[in-house]
Design a protein around this ligand. Structure first.
Ligand code: PLP
Length: 408
């Protein structure tokens, strides 16, 4: 019965709940993809916020920002409602205007390019490298025009991009560097934390991310002026510290200095994140262990496992992606995922390249083969559960399920 209760609490799929009614013997819980790792101290912190009556932006957000800035080693950290908000505001504060071009990777979540569109600018996609699945930096120069304003690299799956090459290009062409580090909170590149290298870096605390506040994000920067602007823009454009307007130290007036956005983080979200931040290295260590178990188990299967981390980097181990060789596996990637699902193992697809989605394909006239490596990955990739919450038994079950799904 305990497993059934856990299955409920773990957000088990509707299908599984239905089958549960039919088949009570079927007791194994569904291993969901991207399960958040919440502990009692996180729950207590949220309850404390609820008791305090301070639900939205307040002292816990300020504390979370300070802790995150210290963890990254950045001068400033601005907590936001999402990474998407962070990318949007980062582009805004460096002055991206309609007609500007932003160079980025198509192997990413929709938000990376959507925010460029929101500003009336144009995402200029560059193919990825087959192995790293990160933007192929050697192709950037050929796509720089007079309108190019910034490079927006995505540290895919937690693997840091070649930032030395990116920074060198940015200097040469006088471009800003805004990093999508949604997968890469723990990442390091040649002794430097991700979040300290480019002009601005955006992190995600979405439900499936390695540090999760349900929804949430953070931007780090060394530039005080940009940090200040992001703070103001993220709270409707009200003058700084307007959130204090209802506290005992606040006064009753604020000024609207710019038409901003409701992009602020709530104290309730910060409360979920504060203790997870302190557990990051422990959680990364566990994901590293699971990663090695998968590598070993899948060695002889008809899949490509992730390339090893580049020397001098710390891979943040956010997504364990395998490329399914459907010819040798005897079934498609989606067929493999279906068999995993039947064995109550969740999986994900990260990602179908953005140039293959109707909005971007239609607007910019892309064909799938325009970015051959991104297309190759899109057609084969599958992400397996990698949460630090997984027990050894869970990992063993994923491995058994994958082996079964890949047997001809
Ligand atoms: C999750 C994700 C985002 C968006 O993060 P939100 O916090 O959900 O806005 C952006 N980029 C990548 C690569 C992501 O995986």
């Amino acid at each position: 019965m305990v497993t059934l209760i856990n299955a409920e609490r773990d957000g088990t799929s509707k299908e599984w709940k239905n089958s549960q009614n039919k088949e009570v013997l079927c007791m194994e819980k569904y291993i969901i993809f991207g399960s958040p790792h919440i502990e009692e101290q996180d729950i207590r912190e949220v309850v404390d916020s609820l008791h305090s009556g301070w639900l939205s932006t307040g002292p816990k957000v300020a504390k979370f920002e300070k802790m995150f800035a210290d963890y990254i080693g950045a001068s400033h950290a601005c907590a936001l409602g999402s990474c998407t908000a962070g990318l949007h505001l980062a582009l805004l504060v460096v002055g991206v205007k309609p007609g500007d071009e932003i160079i980025t990777s198509p192997m990413t979540f929709a938000a990376t390019a959507n925010v460029i569109e929101h500003l009336g600018a144009q995402p200029v996609f560059i193919d990825i490298e087959r192995d790293s699945m990160n933007i192929d930096v050697s192709q950037i120069s050929s796509k720089v025009t007079k309108r190019t304003k910034a490079i927006l690299p995505v540290h895919f799956a937690g693997r840091p991009c070649d930032m030395e090459a990116v920074i060198e290009l940015a200097k040469k062409h006088d471009l800003h560097v805004i990093e999508d580090a949604a997968h890469c909170t723990e990442g390091e590149y040649r002794g430097r934390k991700i979040g300290t290298i480019g002009d601005l870096t955006a992190f995600s605390f979405y439900a499936t991310k390695s540090l999760s506040t349900g929804e949430g994000g953070m931007v780090t920067t060394h530039n005080e002026h940009w940090a200040e602007k992001i703070k103001v823009l993220s709270s409707h454009g009200l003058s700084r510290d307007a959130w204090k307007r209802y506290s005992s130290e606040g006064n009753s007036h604020y000024q609207v200095v710019v038409p901003g956005y409701p992009y602020n983080m709530m104290d309730l979200q910060a409360a979920i994140g504060i203790h997870q931040l302190l557990r990051l290295s422990k959680s990364l260590q566990r994901r590293d262990e699971i990663w090695r178990m998968y590598d070993e188990a899948f060695e002889d299967l008809p899949v490509e496992t992730p390339a090893s981390a580049e020397t001098g980097t710390v891979h943040a181990r956010h997504l364990y992606t395998v490329l399914v060789d459907s010819e040798n596996a005897g079934r498609s990637r989606d067929g493999v995922r279906r068999i995993l699902y039947e064995q109550k193992v969740g999986s994900g697809v990260h990602f179908i390249s953005l140039h293959m989605h109707p909005y971007y394909a239609n607007k910019y006239g892309y064909a799938p083969e325009d970015f051959p490596n991104a297309m190759y990955v899109s057609e084969r990739t599958m992400s397996l559960p990698l949460s630090s919450k997984l027990s050894d038994d869970d990992v063993a079950r994923v491995i058994v399920a994958v082996k079964k799904a890949l047997r001809k």
